[in-house]
Structures are given as C-alpha cells and as structure tokens.
Ligand binder design. Structure first.
Ligand code: UT7
Length: 330
C-alpha cells in the first residue's frame, strides 16, 4: 500500500494596507521606537481600517492559495479557519470564507488555539487527508487583533497586528519528497491567567459591568509568558527532530511563530542554527497570532528561502497555553 502524506499545494496571504509604525505608537502611549525595536524586533504592523473586516483578507488569501494550488473552490471538502478574532461569534469566520469563495461543497469550522492555531489546523487537515486522500482542505490563519487591542496599554498595543494567510492541503503527489512528516500538539491550561481576553465570552457577556473595561481586550503578563514560550518552543523543536531521527543540521528553514525577535533568537541559539536558516518577518507585521506562521511561510517562499522538498520546521506557542510544531518537506 502506498503511503499517503498531506502537503501544502498552494499558499496565499493578504494584509491590510494601513501601516502603524512604532513612531505612530509613540504618539499614542508612553513608548519609543528604540524600546519596541530592542525588546521585540517589531518596527511596524498592519491594522484594519474601521470599515474593513478580517474576513475580506481571509477570502483574498484563500483565493490566492487556491489559484496557486490549481484547485477550484468547488473542489474543497473542508475549510478550517484558525482565529481568535472572527468577524462574528455566529457565524464562524470559516463560513464567511466558504460563502466568499463559493466553496459550495465544503464543510467549515473555526479553530481556537491562539497563536498555535495554524499548526493545529494543519494537524487536523493532515489527519483528514490521510483518511480521505482525494480531499482538498483550506487551512487559514486570520486575525484582527487590533480589534481586541487596548490602545492605552503599552504592554500589549505595541506587539499586535492584523493579517491572514491560507494554504490548500491535499495528498502529496510525491510523498517521499514532499509533505507533512510529523506534528506535535500540546496545551497547558494551568497558567491560563497569564494571557487572557475575558470580556465578551459567556462568563462575562459584552457590557457586563462586573468586569473592568480593560478585560474586554487582550492582556498579557509578558515576562512570564516569555519564559514559558522560550522553553516550550525549544522542547517542541527538539522532540520533533528526535522522534524522526533528524538533527538541526537537516533543517533547511525554521519558521517560528513571530511573537518576539528575542524569543526567535533564543531558539536559534539553542538549536545552534545559523541566521539564514531561521525566517523572521516580525519587523513588518508584529505578532499576528494564528496568521503569523502562514505569513512567514508565504514570504519565505517568495524570497526564495523555501523551495520544493526543503525540510521545514514550524514551531508555535500562544495563550492558553497552547503549543505545537510541524515537520514537513515543502
Ligand atoms: O504570541 C503569544 C505568546 N506571546 C509571547 O510569547 C510574548 C512574550 N513576551 C514578550 O515578548 C515580552 O515579555 C514583552 C515584549 C511583552 C515585554 O518585554 P520585556 O523585556 O519582558 O519587558 P517587561 O515586561 O519585563 O518590562 C520591562 C520594562 C517595564 O518597566 P520597569 O518596570 O522595568 O520600569 C515596563 O513597564 O519595560 C516597560 N515597558 C515598556 N516601556 C516602553 C513595557 N512595555 C513598554 C513599552 N514601551 N511598550
């Protein structure tokens, strides 16, 4: 029996054209371009205009991914949208994409796993494709974090950005040369209070006066999250390599979640990877949560840093905590 492996058949991305620079933020909160650059690596981020919605960008990214995969919307069996900032709670963002691209034969659901959402989405798609080799699945990471940002809180507003990335997954035409090799998913709810967005859920419905206004926005105890993120991302990377009898020398490109350049640098040093083997675009987009890895994959390929058959390691970490990794041949 031949092996079935799932693979990325096409990728797309779309970000709002509005740019918010560190200098713009200097006018909004007590911060500086120097602090943001040195502590995070971020120089600017993309932000939705008032009249825009993230579904528009998720649709745009999806159409590009479909075109590049040479797959028509009607051929899609499933749409998985990783997001914590959908347009609405009902309907899901994935359903808006289904309608927007006219994927009339696809099921659709949203997946909430914060910054690890895209990896979780890949893992789900991988399982479906192994069981149904003819299936084509759209996996999207899309976030409108600016809509859940407290623009008065300098500890968070300098970090976040908006954007959408999408991949079309299907069975690999050459499973020996291309496709997902292994995935790692994990979670640790014991420290959930370190990164939260409490307001607007069913515990504290919108406008519930029991909760202070600041709790209707994303809040993070950055220093504590930083410590766990660095430790976990290293652990996932090493675990995935070890259980597939690979070493860091085998990796062509590490594509980590873009939360902080210092986290990425720490990971690079611990894995003993040269700079050219670690993809970074945080300076342009900030932390876009579930969109971060597909945006990075897209740009890495565009810049010629990711070629067919290359061994790629993806690692993510986010609120919850959730974490995950994927090892694949592009
Ligand atoms: O994507 C999901 C996972 N997220 C992450 O992995 C993010 C992890 N955390 C981080 O990336 C970092 O912890 C931050 C970038 C959020 C913060 O950097 P830090 O080096 O850990 O700073 P800190 O929180 O320890 O704060 C250091 C100082 C504080 O002042 P004092 O108490 O030393 O006087 C802060 O008040 O920096 C101050 N500060 C700022 N100063 C200027 C905090 N935010 C700002 C700011 N501008 N925007």
């Amino acid at each position: 029996m031949s092996i079935v492996k799932s693979a990325v058949l096409g990728i797309g991305m779309a970000v709002p054209s509005k740019v918010l620079t560190n200098f713009d933020l200097e006018k909004m909160v007590e911060t500086s371009d120097k602090w943001i650059t040195e502590r995070t690596g971020i120089k600017e981020r993309r932000i939705l205009e008032d009249e825009e919605n993230i579904s528009q960008y998720a649709i745009k990214a999806s159409l590009e991914a479909l075109e590049r995969a040479k797959v028509s919307p009607e051929e899609l069996n499933l749409i998985i949208c990783a997001t914590v900032t959908p347009d609405y709670l009902i309907p899901s963002l994935s359903v808006l994409v289904q309608e927007g691209i006219k994927a009339v034969n696809a099921g659709a659901f949203d997946l909430s796993a914060t910054c690890s959402g895209f990896i979780y989405g890949l893992a789900v798609a991988d399982q479906f494709i192994k069981n149904n080799p003819d299936w084509k699945i759209l996996v999207i990471g899309a976030e409108a974090l600016s809509r859940k940002t407290n623009w008065k809180d300098r500890t968070i507003c300098v970090l976040l950005g908006d954007g959408a990335g999408a991949v079309v997954m299907g069975s690999s035409p050459e499973p020996e040369k291309r496709g997902i090799i292994d995935v790692f998913l994990g979670a640790d709810g014991s420290q959930w209070t370190l990164l939260t967005l409490k307001g607007g859920g069913s515990c504290y419905p919108p406008f519930d006066k029991r909760l202070p206004e600041e709790e209707y926005y994303i809040k993070m105890q950055g220093r504590e999250v930083f410590k766990v993120a660095t430790r976990m991302m290293e652990k996932i990377a090493l675990e995935l390599l070890k259980r597939n009898s690979l070493t860091t020398d085998d990796i062509k490109l590490l594509v980590p979640h873009q939360a902080n350049l210092r986290i990425i640098e720490y990971l690079r040093e611990r894995l003993n990877l040269p700079k050219e083997k670690v993809y970074v675009n945080i300076h342009k987009y900030g932390n876009t949560s579930a969109a971060s890895i597909p945006l990075a994959l897209y740009e890495a390929e565009k810049e010629g840093k990711l070629k067919e058959g290359d061994l790629v390691l993806l690692v993510a970490f986010g609120g919850g905590f959730t974490f995950g990794g994927a090892l694949l041949r592009w």
